[in-house]
Design a protein around this ligand. Structure first.
Ligand code: AMP
Length: 308
């Protein structure tokens, strides 16, 4: 059961207190695909320029990803540059050059239109809706967004929300979108506008899942060394959807497990610069990280209430 992802494929310049990378493979769709393809085949739709080192994506093909939807256009690839200080939860975007991404109109190849699982990575909500017009009937449609679209394309984003099953966004985006500081209320506000599943990511502090009947918390994994959190949100989404697609199930228990798989792939990304860790990781290491999450959070409650 293939997972279709539409979004940015980029070259990134990253600075953290521990190192830097120039023209490193990046992009929301790439991070998502790298994580999701550990579980199920991925179909990727995006655009790169003629400066893009396509060989960098070979590892995705080795994991069964189909790149037939990746256009190559004349011009510069999407370029993003960001800097992190010691608080890795906040980053400064230094530069965004859209290049060929500026004229990107997603065209879903006919062989991708039957995908059961669809992830609309962070792009213009008008384009996210255009993708929805081209696919038949996915079992699950999930989307991401960012503050820029919340501010500049609010109406389009609200229309999109009415057409998706699941939204993954970070805490500041949830607050800005809803105007509510409280994340539980913010998630309810979002659910009332369409999506039955809302995932609020909180960086190193984990992520919350909200459905009609359930709230679940997946912690962030307490790494001793965080090199670079770039792409962690998209890798979270990839692990989350990859697991759901692998099991083919979306009941409450599976959604909770998917949250932990998302936290696992999200944490693995942070261990090295850019895509380095996700590129070489195997699914067994992801399962091992999931087992570590279990040890991290499991405890026995007392048999009887403890007094005094
Ligand atoms: P994350 O850290 O999960 O937000 O993902 C970071 C990735 O998103 C980087 O590899 C960037 O290339 C990509 N990115 C940054 N800004 C944008 C944007 N405005 N639109 C699409 N992708 C972006």
């Amino acid at each position: 059961m293939s997972i279709l992802v539409v979004g940015s494929v980029a070259l990134d310049r990253i600075e953290t207190p521990f190192g830097s990378a120039e023209r490193a493979l990046g992009g929301a769709a790439t991070y998502f695909a790298a994580a999701a393809s550990l579980f199920q085949p991925v179909q990727l739709v995006g655009v790169v320029g003629d400066d893009f080192p396509t060989g960098e994506l070979a590892f995705l093909e080795e994991r069964g990803a189909d790149l037939a939807g990746l256009e190559r256009a004349r011009g510069e690839s999407f370029f993003w540059s960001g800097r992190y200080d010691y608080d890795m939860n906040t980053r400064t975007t230094l530069e965004t050059r859209l290049g060929v991404f500026a004229d990107f109109r997603p065209r879903i190849p006919p062989s991708f239109r039957q995908a059961d699982w669809l992830f609309l990575a962070n792009i213009d909500p008008d384009l996210q809706r255009e993708v929805l017009d081209q696919v038949s009937a996915p079992r699950l449609v999930a989307c991401d967004t960012m503050n820029y679209w919340i501010e500049s394309k609010r109406e389009s984003l609200l229309e999109l929300l009415g057409r998706v099953d699941c939204v993954l966004l970070n805490d500041s985006e949830a607050r800005e979108l809803t105007g509510d500081y409280n994340l539980s209320r913010a998630a309810r506000w979002i659910r009332e506008r369409g999506p039955s599943i809302v995932v609020v990511k909180k960086g190193e502090h984990g992520a919350l899942l909200f459905t009609e009947t359930h709230t679940f918390f997946a912690p962030g994994y307490p790494l001793e060394e965080v090199f670079d959190p770039t792409g962690a949100g998209d890798a979270f989404a990839g692990g989350f959807m990859g697991w759901l697609a692998y099991t083919g199930n979306m009941d409450e228990d599976e959604l909770c497990r998917a949250m932990i798989y998302g936290s696992a792939t999200g944490s693995l990304v942070c261990e090295r610069m850019g895509m380095e860790r996700l590129r070489e990781v195997g699914v067994e290491e992801v399962h091992e990280r999931v087992r570590a999450f279990r040890r991290l959070t499991a405890f026995d409650s007392p048999v009887a209430p403890v007094h005094g």
